[in-house]
Design a protein. Structure first.
Length: 295
């Protein structure tokens, strides 16, 4: 069932149960029924009925032996989506457009008609399934949910600051729980783009964005590669957007210098390998840090 349709099946009571399960995720791996009954102010029978529906919709999971429940990633998707619609960040949900290692992305629209993507973080989901399959040890799913929320918040914060300094990152529209709403950049990932007209120009614009991020926003990407750059082509102009910022480091972080060097080196290596573009690493790093005026 489509995500938006699943959300429509959730009743008011169901929504308050999901909200409570989410609120207590950081404290309990499975939230005890007693606590839910008290907080949701529901009778046992009503709670059982709601839980049954939420379980069928795959929005909650029931503990195998205890009367206790936990929210699933799909449950969190519904909460985030309903919240974003209520706050007028989103008005329309479109199809999924991709799956990253740590996220699932959907196309969507804002009330003013901007085309955006909703990035739902799903950290640990893949490894979680693997661990359950091998049954080596018990995984605390709640920490994956919390880690996903932290990543969404960090990406939102980074993009908010960066958008004020540069147009070459997606504009950000809002965030809720593990979901970030950002401008949809129509284009091709740099790794899949094989026919660049002006590879050196693209590389220099990426370096300029890194410089603005460093000098203006005070941050380092810290996971930059050809997989985290989207090339948009409009009126035959190639424009590189840097995406995927949750792991950013502040310029003051002791690891920032080293990470910046790795980011730049990864980029230079890619452009050398694919397009034969040669730039000196030390000079490029100095340029990003504002120690050289040009590159
Ligand atoms: N704002 C955007 N506009 C258009 N496409 C996007 C946008 N953000 C992400 N994408 C697409 O979705 C893919 C995954 O996004 P992103 O890199 O942010 O997630 P991720 O989970 O970190 O992925 P991975 O770990 O595989 O790099 C990108 O490679 C890109 O193709
Ligand atoms: Mg990525």
């Amino acid at each position: 069932m489509k995500l938006a349709r699943v959300c429509k099946h959730v009743s008011e009571e169901g929504l308050s149960i999901l909200t409570l399960l989410d609120r207590y995720t950081g404290m309990y791996e499975y939230v005890p029924e007693d606590l839910l009954l008290r907080k949701a102010q529901l009778y046992e029978k009503a709670l059982a009925r709601e839980i049954e529906t939420l379980k069928k919709l795959k929005l909650v999971e029931v503990h195998p032996t205890r009367a206790a429940y936990r929210i699933t990633f799909l449950g969190l998707d519904c909460l985030a989506l309903l919240d974003l619609v209520k706050r007028d960040v989103l008005s329309h949900m479109g199809p999924p457009i991709g799956t990253g290692k740590e996220s699932v992305l959907y196309l969507a629209k804002t009330p003013l008609g901007s085309v955006v993507t909703v990035k739902f973080y799903k950290i640990g989901r893949v490894s979680f399934k693997k661990v359950v399959r091998t049954r080596d040890y018990l995984v605390d799913q709640s920490s994956w949910l919390e880690a996903s929320k932290t990543s969404a918040e960090r990406e939102y914060r980074a993009l908010s600051v960066l958008s004020k300094q540069t147009g070459l990152v997606p504009k950000v529209f809002g965030w809720s729980r593990h979901a970030v709403v950002m401008e949809y950049v129509e284009g091709v990932d740099l790794c899949d783009y094989r026919s660049a007209e002006d590879p050196e120009g693209i590389l220099k614009r990426i370096l300029l964005t890194l410089r603005v991020a460093y000098l203006g926003a005070g941050i380092v990407h810290a996971d930059l590669s050809e997989y985290n750059v989207v090339i948009s082509i409009r009126d035959s102009t190639e424009t590189p957007y840097i995406i995927d910022w949750p792991q950013y480091l502040s310029r003051e972080d002791p690891r920032a210098g080293e990470r910046l060097k790795i980011d730049v080196a990864t980029l230079l290596k890619f452009f050398k390998r694919r397009y034969g573009v040669l730039l000196d690493l030390e000079s490029a790093v100095k340029y990003v840090k504002g120690l050289l005026d040009g590159i």
